[in-house]
Design a binder for this molecule. Structure first.
Ligand SMILES: NC(=O)c1ccc[n+]([C@@H]2O[C@H](COP(=O)([O-])OP(=O)(O)OC[C@H]3O[C@@H](n4cnc5c(N)ncnc54)[C@H](O)[C@@H]3O)[C@@H](O)[C@H]2O)c1
Length: 254
């Protein structure tokens, strides 16, 4: 333990937290009193991430560190978990939020686009779960929250790669929930529907309107809608929930 560590607070790592849902989750956890490790995929984003870290720390009176690492790379993912653990002397919650899309119809999909999405969304989640799981098992406490998608629950035309990765995240989550339960570690998946972020900004206005019509609540979700759910699953109070997939989609996948 080093002197600057505040080990009285719970500590969390949120992958892909430079923007969108990940950033909102990080803020939610900081507001709940967690020290937080933010993550972006490469060194190029690190100075902006450090600014976010300073802002969140100032607003919530917690420690926030910024770490560049691609979760798709085994060595970088291991180092990310190690650095987050070292920064705070503990690791209570991990939110595997980093994710990408490379959409296209299956018959035209390139291997590269399939592989990259699996590498980041599924293998990246596995890398972080494995490294964090070891620490949490020793601690006999942990909360793992993995970002899936309703595409992984029900499939989605144009997203064979993404849906496969997110369905894989569900299988991974249910399995590790069984493996880690006896050590006080829970693992759950969150499956958002359409949430307003840079990811869904890629949709055209016409597509957004058509999707909005199909959502019983007639609106896209907000990043805060998702962050509140993740905040609960990352908290002590969710301790008897494990291996679940919770859809947060305004009723779309009912
Ligand atoms: N926006 C939605 O409607 C929606 C719906 C369902 C699921 N999701 C999932 O929620 C998560 C966040 O989505 P978002 O909409 O905020 O997306 P976003 O594109 O705004 O943010 C994704 C984040 O992941 C990071 N990232 C990408 N590759 C990475 C890597 N290799 N290593 C580390 N970080 C990496 C990005 O830098 C970014 O910070 C994703 O897993 C996404 O699949 C989003």
């Amino acid at each position: 333990m080093n002197e600057s560590q505040d080990t009285t607070r719970r500590a969390a790592l949120v992958t892909g937290s430079s923007r969108g849902i990940g950033l909102a989750v990080a803020e939610q956890l900081a507001a709940a009193g967690f020290n937080v490790a933010l993550n972006c995929s490469s060194e190029a984003g690190l100075s902006a991430l450090r600014e976010q870290a300073g802002r969140i720390a100032g607003e919530h009176g917690v420690q926030v560190v910024a770490i560049a690492a691609s979760v798709a790379d085994e060595a970088e993912a291991n180092a990310l978990v190690e650095q987050a653990h070292e920064a705070f002397g503990r690791l209570d919650a991990v939110v595997n939020n980093a994710g990408i899309t490379r959409d296209g119809l299956m018959v035209r999909m390139k291997d590269d686009d399939f592989d990259r999405v699996i590498d980041v969304n599924l293998k990246g989640t596995f890398h972080i779960c494995r490294a964090a799981g070891k620490i949490m098992m020793k601690q006999r406490y942990g909360r793992i929250v993995n970002m899936s998608s309703i595409s992984g629950v029900g499939g989605n035309a144009g997203q064979a790669n993404y849906a496969a990765s997110k369905a894989g995240v569900i299988g991974l989550t249910k399995t590790i929930a069984r493996e880690l339960a006896a050590r006080g570690v829970t693992a759950n998946a969150v499956a958002p529907g359409f949430i307003s972020t840079d990811m869904t900004d890629a949709l055209s206005e016409k597509q957004r309107e058509a999707i909005g019509e199909q959502i019983p609540m007639k609106r896209f979700g907000t990043v805060d809608d998702v962050a509140h759910l993740v905040g609960f699953l990352a908290s002590e109070e969710s301790g008897y929930i494990t291996g679940q997939v919770i859809c947060i989609d305004g009723g779309l996948a009912l």
